[in-house]
Every structure is written in structure tokens, then in C-alpha cells.
Ligand binder design. Structure first.
Ligand SMILES: Cc1ncc(COP(=O)(O)O)c(C=O)c1O
Length: 384
């Protein structure tokens, strides 16, 4: 059966060039990067070249890039570090952050008794910047603002520069979960005064199990994982050399092709949205995810005109047609609680209707989008 992959916000396929550099490292570069002999030095060089390349592409310094097992670890390291090491006693965040952030904050409230404030959201899920400003003005507590750049379920964005400058002007630290951004947008950290960012390679056609934290120079964060002195003491454990090299290659290609692929993926999103609006006008778009200018070009979150009873079977029915998509965050798919993101912005009636996230990559085609629309039309017609 032919298959159609529309779950690129959950993870992406590897680019062939990435597989090629990774297999080269796996075959020819197995030394431990901490060893001082030639095998170790060779592995270490591969890591440091990757770090340099990643840092340069983001306008950062190599020493500001700490390799981790992925976005979740990087978020944990930063959130825990600012509380434990920098004297931060208050976090301002939002209720639609990824669980790597919301659950970390919950835990920090329990462990350290810190204060957590949540910024109001506008109707489309966007952060209310006036409220953020008020929250920043209201307290003298040393504060960390943690707001994701692009939401992984509904694609809503914040203006990274604006929020970074706002935080700076109030003496607050700023962390942004940029897992859905890095490799999809260009970021220049020499211009944007954000303190901490995170990335995950498998969201931009790189391998799973590797990512990085950007930790601004002289931040003085201690590691999350203690042990050896790898990563200049920021993260213990033998480095995953092939994954790091694969991530650097994936980021290099994604950034080289960024404009071209962005335009192409946006055209797929527009094609999908336009056909849905014309042919199934009862479909609603959660969080304005139909608007490419307002939300990320990579995903659309739709609310289908189907009863609540049809919801549980929907993904299964799509899967039978070879279509891969998701209800929201992939890491929530095993849990019964619905999407915390949609719960934050939809009414109970709206929530009772099935919502699905379709997320695209440059590997999708207009023909696939046409097939997807036809299948949705069929499913909706057969449920009427
Ligand atoms: C916004 C966001 N943050 C964090 C993560 C977690 O990243 P990782 O899978 O690398 O742990 C994800 C992945 O789903 C994500 O979309």
C-alpha cells in the first residue's frame, strides 16, 4: 500500500546525505572522543567541527552549543539550571508549551517552591504581549520567561526579537523552545538577545536522540547530567559522534535550502487549506493555522465536522488509507488526556469535535495533498 507521511512536526525522515555522513562516522570513526590517541582525536575533531558549523549558522559561539540527547533534555537542563544555579525564583510561561517545559515547571514548583505565572493567550493561542509586559512589571522576583517560538500543535508564533528585548528590558532571562523552528527558520543569535534556545535534530531531517542547548556565554549553568567532563563540563557522557555529525549535516542542508523549501512547503499548506475551504467549508482551523503569514508554514491543525463518537477511530481510518498524521503532540499519543494546547484555546463543544494536525515537509507533493483532501471528503461524507 502506498503511504503518505503528514506527521513532520512529530519527526522527519533522514536526508540521504545525512545517512551517508553518519554511516561514514559509524564505519570509520569509532574512537572515544575523550581518548587522547589518534582514534579519539579524530572523533573529537568531528564533534568540534560540527559544533563550529552549527554555531556559525546560528550566529552563536561554538562554546555556546551544548550537545544533548534532544529537545527534552535541553529544555530540562536550562529550566532546572536557571532555578538551581542562577537564583531565579519565578517562571513566566504559557499553558501551551510542550510537555518538556510544562512538566519541568510543575516539577520545579514542587522541588524549589518557585512561583509560576502563565501569560494570557489571545483567541488564536498567541501570547498576549501586553499581559506578558504586565507580568514582568508586577514583580521584583528574578524571573525566567519560557515561551516557545513556534507551537508544535497549532503553529502559532511569537516574535522572538520582541519578546527577547522585552525580557532584557525587565532584567528577566529568556528561554525559548525552538524545536519546531531550528532548521525551518533562520535565527541570528548575534542579534536576538535570547539567553537560551533548544533544538532537536529529528525535526529537521536529522537523527533521533540528539539535539543541543544554546546557552549564552557566561550564563554559569551547571550540568543536568554529572559525570565526566565532556562538553566542557556542561553535559557528561560519551558523545554520540555519528548523531552529532548527522545533526550538523541536516542543519547545513536545511539552512542551505531554507528559502526554496519554505516556499514549497508553504505552497502545499496553501493548497491544502484552499481545497478544504472550498470543498469542505465546515472544516475549522484551530489557532488560525490556515494562515501562513501568522503561523508556521509547516503545519495545519483542523477541526473536522464529525461527532465526538467518530473521533477515536479517525486516525485509524486514515492510517488504513496509508495516511500518517496525529491528534497533536506525538509524545501525548499514548495518553488519554486530550491536547492541553487545544484545551487552552477551544470551547468544550469545539473540543468534542475531532481535531487533527497535518504537518508537511519538502518530501510531500501536491499529488499527496490532493489524495489527503479526497480521503477527508470521503470520510466526512460517509459519516453524514
Ligand atoms: C516544541 C517541542 N519541544 C520539545 C520537543 C521534544 O524534543 P525531543 O523529541 O528531541 O526530546 C518536541 C518534540 O516533539 C517539540 O515539538
Amino acid at each position: 500500500m502506498e503511504t503518505f507521511y503528514f506527521d513532520n512536526a512529530a519527526t522527519t525522515c533522514l536526508r540521504p546525505e545525512v545517512v551517508s555522513v553518519m554511516s561514514d562516522v559509524l564505519n570509520n570513526c569509532y574512537g572515544n572522543p575523550s581518548s587522547t590517541h589518534s582514534f579519539g582525536r579524530h572523533a573529537k575533531t568531528q564533534i568540534e567541527n560540527s559544533r563550529k558549523q552549527i554555531a556559525e549558522s546560528l550566529g552563536a559561539l561554538p562554546a555556546e552549543i551544548v550537545f544533548t540527547s534532544g529537545g527534552t533534555e535541553a529544555d530540562n537542563q536550562i529550566l532546572r539550571g536557571v532555578i538551581r544555579d542562577l537564583g531565579v525564583t519565578r517562571i513566566i510561561s504559557s499553558t501551551i508549551e510542550h510537555r518538556a517545559v510544562t512538566h519541568s515547571i510543575d516539577q520545579l514548583v514542587i522541588e524549589y517552591g518557585i512561583k509560576a505565572d502563565f501569560v494570557n493567550l489571545l483567541e488564536n493561542g498567541a501570547v498576549d504581549l501586553n499581559h506578558l509586559q504586565k507580568l514582568l512589571e508586577d514583580s521584583q522576583d528574578l524571573t525566567l520567561v519560557s515561551l516557545m517560538h513556534i507551537n508544535n500543535e497549532i503553529g502559532v508564533k511569537i516574535d522572538l526579537d520582541m519578546v527577547a528585548n522585552l525580557c532584557k528590558s525587565h532584567g528577566a532571562f529568556f528561554h525559548s523552545d525552538t524545536v519546531q523552528t531550528i532548521g525551518h527558520y533562520s535565527i541570528n543569535l548575534s542579534q536576538t538577545p535570547v539567553d537560551f534556545l533548544v533544538a532537536s535534530a529529528h525535526k529537521f531531517h536529522g537523527p533521533k536522540g540528539v539535539g543541543f542547548a544554546f546557552i549564552r556565554k557566561n550564563s554559569n549553568l551547571k550540568p543536568l547530567i554529572f559525570g565526566g567532563s565532556q562538553e566542557r563540563g556542561h553535559r557528561a557522557g560519551t558523545e554520540s559522534v555519528h548523531n552529532i555529525v548527522g545533526m550538523a549535516k541536516a542543519l547545513e542542508i536545511s539552512l542551505d535550502k531554507l528559502d526554496e523549501e519554505k516556499a514549497y512547503i508553504a505552497s502545499l499548506k496553501n493548497q491544502f487549506v484552499t481545497r478544504l475551504k472550498n470543498e469542505i467549508p465546515e472544516v475549522k482551523f484551530n489557532g488560525n493555522s490556515d494562515r501562513v503569514e501568522e503561523t508556521t508554514y509547516t503545519l495545519v491543525n483542523v477541526r473536522l465536522p464529525l461527532s465526538a463518537q467518530k473521533a477515536p477511530l479517525l486516525l485509524f481510518q486514515l492510517d488504513l488509507k496509508g495516511i500518517a498524521c496525529s491528534k497533536g503532540s506525538a509524545c501525548q499519543s499514548g495518553s488519554d488526556s486530550g491536547s492541553h494546547v487545544l484545551s487552552a484555546i477551544l470551547s468544550p463543544d469545539e473540543l468534542s469535535k475531532p481535531s487533527i494536525r497535518f504537518s508537511f515537509s519538502a518530501m510531500n507533493t501536491p499529488k499527496e495533498i490532493d489524495f489527503l483532501v479526497e480521503v477527508l471528503k470521503e470520510l466526512i461524507a460517509s459519516a453524514a
